[in-house]
Write a new protein. Sequence first.
Length: 190
Amino acid sequence: MHFPFLIKIHGGEMEKPAIFMRKHPLILFGQSLLYLALLTGPYIAYLVLRDVAVEWLNHPTLGPAVLLLVTLYDLFVLLLFYAAYMDWYLDIWVVTNERIVDVNQHGVFGREIAELQLSKVQDVASEQKGVFATIFHYGLIRVQSAGEKAQFEFAGIPYPHDIARKILELVQADQKWHREALAQEIKGTQ
């Protein structure tokens, strides 16, 4: 399978993607406000300290140095915003009819991919905490497993209760398929 985030997830012939999740856009919006405030900081300082700033900017040596520092600061803040956007965009969760794939981006160059077979899922829980989470319908999904990674957590997911219900339905369908396959195998050996 090929997903739009440029990572190939190899599955069986019968594997079909059922749910594709990414953090709620409001999570990125909140971070964007922080970076916007950081970007406007030097310009607000210029407005507050206009008399001193005009002298500095008109100085033959200090003026270009101040402009260079402000430009470098703005580029650094934009780089931090881009890293936050990449982290938001590349943190995804894919639920197929056979497994859950958690792709977690760590910074610009780090990525962790974890998988969980639906047959190993023991429990799925969801929660929404806080006013914004309730109003904008995002929250946390916890998937308890019997595997190496005991718990998968998906934070900031839109409509977590609906997604948790869909995951449980997929788990039940997978368990039913495994029971029927086992029954067919037992029947075939007799």
